[in-house]
Write a protein that binds this ligand. Structure first.
Ligand code: SAM
Length: 179
């Protein structure tokens, strides 16, 4: 069975072609950035923590990959990415083993989603891996579910991939595709 993040990668690997402009909205330790950089040489990755850029740079170097690493919030995507975007991925929540007070937040996440929605190419995709067990997570979960489920169905496919029999608050995936 695929975990939510593996399912996101599987779908993105079918969508992204070499040269496509793609966004890792929450760089963290760079696992998604490296995954994207294997598919295209046009990856923009965002994080607000310097530590994220340092560990992602090390991971990319080890794998001989390249990406544009940006120390800024994903809500500023417009400042750095002028092209249309083929795909984006978010891992919401906090970076394990670092400062748990640095979390993604509803207002900035929704701002980034609104910008990406307009920048997305037809058949482009946004993957949201939603972790919500931490303080503030439930509010963000509700906000993104509300945002995604009200996208007009004539223009958007929206799917949810979620474990049904796990205890605690396992992450789930929201897949968004422009028609
Ligand atoms: N995808 C990452 C990986 O492969 O390791 C994990 C991401 S972690 C769950 C969430 C990340 O979002 C943290 O590194 C945090 O610093 C970052 N973050 C929080 N607010 C942000 C914002 N406004 N813009 C960009 N990144 C943000």
């Amino acid at each position: 069975m695929l975990r939510p993040v593996e399912m996101a990668h599987q779908m993105l690997s079918k969508t992204i072609k070499p040269g496509d402009v793609v966004v890792d909205a929450t760089m963290g330790n760079g696992w998604d950035t490296a995954f994207l950089a294997n598919l295209t040489d046009n990856v923009y990755a965002f994080d607000v923590q310097k530590e994220a850029l340092i560990s992602t740079q090390a991971l990319l170097q080890e794998k001989n990959l390249e990406a544009k690493l940006i120390l800024d919030g994903h809500e500023t995507i417009d400042k750095y990415v002028s092209d249309s975007v083929k795909a984006a991925i978010f891992n919401l929540g906090y970076l394990p083993r670092t400062d748990k007070s640095i979390i993604t937040r509803p207002s900035t996440t929704l701002r980034a989603l609104d910008i990406l929605k307009d920048k997305l190419l037809p058949h482009g995709q946004i993957m949201l891996v939603v972790y919500y067990g931490h303080e503030g997570g439930q509010r963000e979960k509700d906000a993104v579910l509300d945002w995604a489920s009200t996208l007009p169905q004539a223009q958007w496919h929206v799917m949810k991939y979620e474990p049904l029999n796990q205890i605690h608050t396992p992450p789930f995936l929201i897949c968004i595709e422009k028609r």
